[in-house]
Design a protein around this ligand. Structure first.
Ligand SMILES: O=C(O)CCc1c2[nH]c(c1CC(=O)O)Cc1[nH]c(c(CC(=O)O)c1CCC(=O)O)Cc1[nH]c(c(CC(=O)O)c1CCC(=O)O)Cc1[nH]c(c(CCC(=O)O)c1CC(=O)O)C2
Ligand SMILES: C[S@@+](CC[C@H](N)C(=O)[O-])C[C@H]1O[C@@H](n2cnc3c(N)ncnc32)[C@H](O)[C@@H]1O
Length: 589
């Protein structure tokens, strides 16, 4: 297995960092700056020279900066440090000229012996750690982004870091600050209360795995994100942890830029979370159903603040009292907008009211005109049924007010999308829904993962099956057919019980399997393995929802022999990313 250095965020508060030499003064200044910003003392050991004057001018007044004006001695490593660690320094940067490499090697050898982390400029062989190209949010939200190419060139790392930072929403600082304060508030309120209640009656305080938060963080361990919660008979603990769980779901699923506005009461409110533009009614001069330019909409969407949980604007209701509304159930495909049908695109443009699945990704949501009321169902574990009811009620209210209502569903409406139920609901209320098919993730995910769902001499049939039935029940387990490709949806959060059930029904556990997450999205991940390893692999790689499980020989049919042989010493392979081709925006009118 290839080795990659461990990337950590080291808390250096109060530590002592030695800087030996001031060669490459620009780098030295950067090092000192970084040390001081991390709350550590920077002790520069260097005989007087021009650089020293400049350094004193820049850092001399900083209480954590110290200059030792003399040649370096090895004993500095064990006498300039903190008394609490017997004066051994905590970290060393060596910035000596190339002709002083013997001293650099001596320092390195001594640091290794004393277990002091050491970085020697331009000498990775004399370094036990290296710095990364780092972005720190200047607004102080706490967000930091670090990139390393591990020796392939710091300029490249800098360029990649800039690309990543520029791809973030403009309000990312507010997103991080807001979500951080919500999380701390909830943990301090809910979990502390539970901790007190829970531990007043038991002696479990001693139980090792309960850290400060006191409770297993099922909200934060990603593979447990979708653990089943029995909606109508939650335990007191589940009730109290509901806000924690919903916060982790919102962090995982909601458009990033919208998290800056999420408020505490919106995590408590049983109603549907909404993404609604504060503007009332339609844009100036825009007639209902008239397509407007996407460029204007997308700018508006970023500039206008968006609030959650508001009812339909009075303007919309006034404008449409006189007409009978219409409803369409629209499949939005697996995620990439290149897989949106033209029909779906047109419905999105012409809707007055959009009721979206939480799984509909931001790329598709961004196509929605900024003046369109948009509601995202909060179908989190433990709230699926209630959110469904509220969504239908909102749809009915819109129809009765004469609106063009679009129920924007993930993938295809009739593949595990409750499309049939919704069709019946609206028909029973006197509205004839139009249903527009979408590319289901079940089949699209095999294509984008190079898995031919059927192929001569490999697979002559395909089965799409749920991993989770009503109230979390297991489905009727299908028979094992060696020439079948089986695609399990809503299955990864319960891989253990599902694979146990397949085993009990004589499935060959050595059948190739693929965990496909966020298919067709930029952060797609395809993990190939064998059926028997799936539960432990799911736990090891964590969850990047939504994801599904494909089982069958087709999983490795297009791979080379050695790329598809898995065993106890090589249990899985991972492919990251999907190079979606860019869509010509002139096609999106
Ligand atoms: O991690 C995973 O493996 C998938 C977890 C996952 C589930 N639902 C989900 C996802 C996708 C996601 O959130 O990423 C998310 C999910 N489940 C469903 C939908 C479609 C919709 O509600 O409009 C959606 C997407 C909703 C949205 O995006 O807003 C539909 C659903 N949930 C369920 C079923 C099966 C059924 O009710 O017969 C069905 C299909 C019904 C049909 O055939 O049309 C049941 C289900 N799915 C699931 C659970 C356990 C967790 C939960 O309570 O939601 C449960 C238990 C329950 O709802 O009672 C798992
Ligand atoms: C309730 S089903 C909705 C299926 C949707 N109607 C369709 O046709 O794709 C939700 C499940 O679809 C799967 N899913 C949806 N989008 C996905 C994606 N982009 N990549 C992988 N799996 C996806 C996951 O298994 C998720 O648990």
């Amino acid at each position: 297995m290839s080795v990659s250095p461990m990337i950590v965020a080291a808390d250096c508060t109060g530590q002592v960092t030695l800087v030996v030499g001031t060669n490459a003064i620009g780098v030295t200044r950067g090092r000192i700056n970084g040390i001081l910003k991390a709350g550590a003392s920077a002790v520069v050991v260097n005989p007087s020279d021009g650089h020293v004057k400049g350094l004193l001018g820049q850092f001399g007044k900083h209480e954590l900066f110290q200059l030792v004006n003399r040649k370096f001695e090895l004993s500095d490593l064990t006498r300039l440090g903190r008394p609490v660690v017997a004066k051994v320094v905590d970290r060393v940067f060596v910035n000596l000229a190339m002709d002083q490499w013997p001293l650099a090697k001596d320092i390195y050898d001594q640091c290794v012996k004393l277990r002091i982390p050491v970085n020697t400029l331009q000498r990775p062989e004399y370094s036990t750690f290296h710095l990364l190209s780092t972005y720190t949010d200047p607004k102080g939200s706490g967000l930091q982004i670090a990139v390393t190419t591990n020796g392939q060139g710091c300029l490249l790392a800098n360029r990649i870091k800039r690309e990543i930072v520029s791809s973030l929403p403009g309000n990312i600082s507010e997103v991080v600050s807001n979500m951080g304060s919500l999380r701390n508030h909830i943990i301090n309120e809910d979990q502390k209360l539970l901790l007190q209640q829970h531990y007043q009656s038991t002696s479990e305080l001693a139980v090792a795995e309960n850290g400060w938060y006191g409770l297993a963080d099922d909200g934060w361990e990603s593979h447990k994100l979708n653990t089943l919660v029995h909606e109508f008979d939650m335990t007191e603990r589940e009730q109290k942890l509901k806000r924690t769980r919903w916060l982790s779901q919102v962090m995982e699923y909601y458009p990033l830029s919208k998290l800056a506005d999420l408020s505490l009461e919106e995590l408590e409110n049983k109603d549907i979370a909404v993404l609604k533009n504060k503007a009332t009614g339609k844009a100036e001069g825009q007639q209902k159903g008239q397509a407007t330019d996407i460029g204007m909409r997308s700018n508006d969407r970023d500039q206008k603040s968006v609030s959650l949980l508001e009812t339909q604007s009075a303007e919309n209701i006034k404008n449409s009292q006189q007409e009978k509304g219409s409803i369409s159930l629209v499949g939005s495909g697996p995620g990439s907008i290149s897989m949106l049908t033209l029909g779906a695109l047109q419905e999105i443009k012409r809707a007055d009211l959009i009721l979206a699945d939480k799984l509909v990704p931001q790329a598709v949501l961004d196509l929605i005109p900024s003046t369109t009321e948009t509601f995202i169902a909060r179908k989190f574990p433990g709230n699926a049924e209630r959110a469904q009811e509220e969504l239908l009620e909102k749809g009915l209210a819109g129809l009765e007010n004469g609106l063009k209502v679009v129920r924007l569903k993930q993938g295809d409406p009739f593949i595990f999308g409750r499309g049939g139920e919704e069709y019946s609901f609206f028909t029973q209320h006197g509205y004839q829904p139009i249903v527009l098919p979408g590319l289901s993730s079940s089949l699209a995910s095999t294509v984008v993962s190079n898995i031919p769902a059927t192929q001569r001499d490999v697979a002559d049939q395909v089965l799409i099956c749920t991993g989770t039935g009503r109230k979390g029940a297991l489905p009727v387990i299908p028979e094992y057919v060696p020439t079948r490709t089986t695609i399990f949806l809503m299955a990864l959060h319960r891989a253990v019980v599902l694979i146990e059930a397949l085993d009990q029904h004589n499935w060959d556990l050595n059948t190739p399997a693929a965990i496909i997450e966020r298919a067709s999205c930029k952060d797609q991940r395809v993990t190939r393995t064998l059926l028997k390893y799936v539960p432990e692999v799911v736990e090891e790689i964590g969850s990047r929802p939504p994801g599904l499980l494909v089982v069958g020989k087709a999983v490795t049919a297009l791979l080379s022999k050695n790329a598809s042989s898995f065993d106890d010493s090589n249990k899985y392979s991972v492919e990251e990313g999907y190079q979606t081709f860019s869509i010509d925006s002139s096609l999106i009118v």
